[in-house]
Ligand binder design. Structure first.
Ligand SMILES: [Zn+2]
Length: 337
């Protein structure tokens, strides 16, 4: 017996059962939040494919209802809504209109699927004619959003979502002080039970490209680098998260996802709050495009990427793959999809 007595990691990898038993992380349906784009339109049959995001659509209210119904039947537990209003203006008034498209969508979904957690994106960029996430000074062409005057409108938006029945609001604007303003407004309006999931560590990322087609929210001029974070910065992300926590955030998010897994780990280690990750449009589209070319195994890459978020420490993953994951799971279980 002169076999070397070294660590043999392969022992626990020998069979599928062995691997299943010792697997450290799992993706479950409740880990995934599906984003939807709902359009204010008279055409209730609208189901417009988003070219840069194969499998994703801009949906009328009726079509959203049908789409969500199918997803809930497959096990979807939560979604986040983005709205495309009929009219945009300088103050993004569609964002906080009591009968705005997102407000109506919340009411419809909560009535039809009461157990589905309906979260909302709180921002102005889909509702402003200039496409920025807040108010601009008159004649501004640089896109440097006025921070403090924007806060009140974000708070109004969050309250209008809560009033329509939203289970959670998620400010994505990256204005300073917005979580505190939103928390206070929610509490004053009697919505003390509605949590705030802040896009705490959100970078000015090129991975958002396809989303801007989906949400028709590209800035008409300038860019978002004066309010979203500079991608090379990590310590700053901890300060951003700390600020949002101090202001009352219940969940802190990192966006984008895969290129910023390090930030998920940093937040996970630094704070006790749940951490969410947003696997953004560009991440989704790259997988879809490579798969369409036959270069990668789409299902395997999807699963591996979702699992990476769990391994990094995220409790919740916002992902356009949520429905695909549920369909795959149904097939694996022999159910029909
Ligand atoms: Zn925005």
């Amino acid at each position: 017996m002169d076999q070397p007595c070294f660590f043999r990691g392969r022992r626990l990898r020998r069979t599928p059962t062995m691997r299943a038993i010792f697997r450290e992380h799992h993706v479950r349906p409740e880990d995934l939040m599906m984003p939807y784009f709902v359009v204010d339109t008279d055409d209730q049959t609208l189901r417009k494919p988003i070219e840069a995001m194969p499998g994703q659509f801009q949906l009328s209210l009726d079509e959203l209802d049908r789409q969500v119904g199918r997803a809930v039947a497959l096990g979807l537990r939560s979604c986040i809504l983005f709205g495309l209003p009929k009219v945009k203006d300088a103050r993004g008034s569609g964002a906080y209109a009591p009968d705005g498209i997102v407000q109506r969508a919340i009411r419809r979904l909560k009535e039809r699927y009461p157990d589905l957690l309906v979260a909302t994106d709180v921002c102005l960029c889909e509702y402003t004619d200039h496409g920025h996430c807040g108010l601009l000074r008159q004649d501004d062409t640089s896109g440097e959003v006025s921070n403090d005057p924007t806060l009140n409108l974000l708070a109004k938006t969050a309250v209008s979502h809560a009033a329509a029945g939203a289970d959670m609001v998620a400010p994505s604007d990256m204005m300073d002080g917005r979580v505190g303003e939103i928390r206070q407004a929610l509490d004053e309006a009697g919505f003390t039970q509605v949590p705030v999931m802040s896009y705490a560590v959100k970078y000015a990322s090129a991975f958002y490209g396809p989303f801007r087609e989906a949400a028709e929210s590209a800035p008409k001029f300038g860019d978002r680098r004066t309010y979203q974070m500079d991608p090379p910065n990590a310590r700053e992300g901890l300060r951003e998260a700390q600020a949002d926590i101090d202001e009352g955030a219940d969940v802190i998010m990192v966006k984008p996802g895969m290129p910023y897994l390090d930030m998920i780990i940093r937040l996970r280690e630094a704070f006790d709050l749940p951490v969410a990750a947003y696997q953004v449009s560009g991440e989704y589209s790259m997988v879809k495009a490579a798969a369409a070319n036959g270069w990668i195994d789409e299902a395997a890459v999807m699963l591996e990427s979702l699992t990476a978020f769990k391994r990094a420490g995220a409790e919740l993953i916002l992902t356009y793959f949520a429905e695909d994951f549920l369909r795959l799971r149904a097939q694996a279980q022999g159910g029909n999809s």
